[in-house]
Write a protein of this length. Structure first.
Length: 266
């Protein structure tokens, strides 16, 4: 699937860098490559749902609506019932066995750690889900299994909306940390909140309140260091990403990486 980057944004390279960082973390994520189509820049994302074999993707809104009383799956914006606690409740209801729901919630926490690292503000309730993988036996479906779908749609990351002049101003004013903590995500702290939680603050909250899932989700950060993140950024072709964008992205990742690593030491 070709995803065209909107004008004056880095949505294509943000998707690519996020997918490469997911690979560093050992997180299952959609495969992404930089691409052009009819002169338009963007990225190509490999479909991970094998519909020909009967696979089905159940999005988060469908999962929550089936398990959380009163959840509105059709609400597109400011769905404040999309909270960590409601996600936990839904997964525990769907997978009653402690070992299984712990594994699923740890995987989802890992996705939120990835979001915090790259500043992904678009983890709304249709941007995560579970895959139903049927096992074909003759003409019937038997032994169908649910598993966590790969992480996908990371375009709203890494300051992809900024112009180079703005990036320069943020760097010169030592404002990278403030910028990283300013963005509002699509998972909420509580239903009464007017805005979604900042991705980095959400993981800090989760590490304190739901450490049994988030602390294991943070461990993949030990697999690499800041130079590895820089190398991912440097591999993006210059025709897709400006020098200023690369400098800013490296500074952003250095800040979020160090902030997340500190959570493991608490």
């Amino acid at each position: 699937m070709f995803k065209e980057a909107r004008d004056h944004t880095g949505e294509g390279w943000a998707e690519k860098i996020s997918a490469e960082i997911a690979a560093l973390m050992g997180i299952s994520a959609a495969t992404v490559e930089m691409a052009e189509y009819e002169g338009r820049q963007g990225c190509a994302s490999l479909m991970f749902v094998d519909s020909a074999r009967g696979e089905v993707l159940y999005h988060g809104n469908e999962i929550l609506a089936g398990q959380v009383l009163g959840y509105d799956p059709a609400k597109k914006f400011r769905q404040s019932d999309h909270t960590l606690e409601n996600i936990r409740i839904a997964i525990c209801e769907l997978f009653p066995e402690p070992e299984i729901h712990h594994s699923v919630l740890t995987a989802l926490a890992g996705y939120l750690v990835l979001d915090a690292l790259v500043g992904n503000t678009d983890r709304h309730h249709e941007n995560w889900g579970l895959l139903l993988r049927p096992k074909l036996e003759g003409d019937s479906l038997a032994g169908a299994e649910l598993s966590v779908a790969p992480s996908f749609d990371h375009a709203s990351s890494l300051g992809r909306e900024l112009r180079d002049e703005k990036r320069h101003n943020i760097l010169c004013s030592a404002g990278v940390g403030a910028y990283a903590r300013k963005g509002q995500g699509a998972v909420f702290f509580a239903p009464e909140d007017a805005h979604g939680a900042n991705p980095l603050r959400l993981v800090e909250f989760g590490a304190n309140r739901l450490g049994e899932y988030f602390l294991p989700g943070l461990k993949p950060l030990n697999r690499f260091a800041i130079p590895d993140l820089n190398a991912v950024v440097d591999r993006v072709p210059d025709e897709h990403m400006t020098v200023a964008a690369k400098v800013f992205t490296k500074a952003f990742l250095a800040y979020t990486y160090e902030a997340l690593c500190k959570l493991q030491k608490r």
